[in-house]
Design a protein around this ligand. Sequence first.
Ligand SMILES: Nc1ncnc2c1ncn2[C@@H]1O[C@H](COP(=O)(O)OP(=O)(O)OP(=O)(O)O)[C@@H](O)[C@H]1O
Length: 371
Amino acid sequence: MSLLALDGVKVHFPVRKGVLFNRTVGHVYAVDGVSLTVEAGQTYGLVGESGCGKTTLGRAVLRLVDITDGEVLFDGTDLAKLPEEEMRRFRRRLQMVFQDPLGSLNPRQNIESILSEGMIAHGIGANQDERREKIKAILARVGLPTNALSRYPHEFSGGQRQRIGIARALVLEPDVIICDEPVSALDVSIQAQVINLLEELQQQLGLTYLVIAHDLAVVRHISDVIGVMYLGSLVEEAPSDALYAEPRHPYTRALMSAVPVPDPEVEDRRERILLRGDLPSPANPPSGCRFHTRCPWARPRCAEERPVLTDAGDGHKVACHFTAEIASGELEPTRPTGLEAVVGTVPAPAEAPEAVGSEGTAGETAAEKTV
Ligand SMILES: Nc1ncnc2c1ncn2[C@@H]1O[C@H](COP(=O)(O)OP(=O)(O)OP(=O)(O)O)[C@@H](O)[C@H]1O
């Protein structure tokens, strides 16, 4: 049995209007039917553009937002339907590490006080001495000095603050940690250290992770399985190596083509798919396949029929009507996939410098997002 199993999870936020009557005039379909499983001791990496619903899904697992529909089975119990009283028992076992360590740590509390808070709430440790010993042991595990206890969040660097965030989760002895963009606020040089620490802790403590990131490069090494989310649902899911070796969904291929490759020869030869336009609003998602408005291979069927996430038989799941035809080259793109996809038509020579600038901008944006 999987430690965590989501089945058809939906989170729709009501959009309200009016002061007196506060009518619901629509919904933001932030998460719109996600099913996935996370095995004990493994890492599931969830990637997608900003606004695709990753954070909301993570928050739904912890019941920090109301779940509109679906099941969140944790160790066999459906958290989605659990009364709040009973949910409290499970909260300790499911912890979250946030993107912005400074924003999530109270600046007026010292580290001992921050780390003790959850322990007291969950009845861990008979007294403050016992809690202090435990906190010291955890601080050593995450690579922080014992004298950190009496210091305040602003006295630490970004990487150290993220270690404090991880320690705060660990003192509660969780089974699952949801890491929401755990390194995106950190310098590139520090990112690898924090990812390595998460991996070491997983091996030592048998932790299970759901790692949320907008950047495929961040989740690549740490994840056993990766799910790619677009506008509230999964479009592809595969074991990490398989996803990198052969991304099948056009959206994943576009995301992947934005990750720079260190080898210049490979970099020159590889596919470049640049996405046209922004992520559509989750309050008014496109019909059929949510990605069809930006997909270079879209056909009329894509606007009519929503594809289901289907296993090709090798554990590699894709939600696309034309996976095989695109892979074989049988289906030609109906829109340009490279630079032209971003700047529209290929410019005349006189306009070329501007076009190069556009490419540079798109390239930089992609590069900035990667480790
Ligand atoms: N409480 C809320 N009420 C209404 N809409 C919300 C609420 N929380 C999130 N949303 C909307 O749901 C959509 C998904 O947001 P979410 O934060 O889950 O995306 P994300 O992929 O995690 O993006 P980011 O990486 O920027 O956090 C967004 O359009 C967001 O504006």
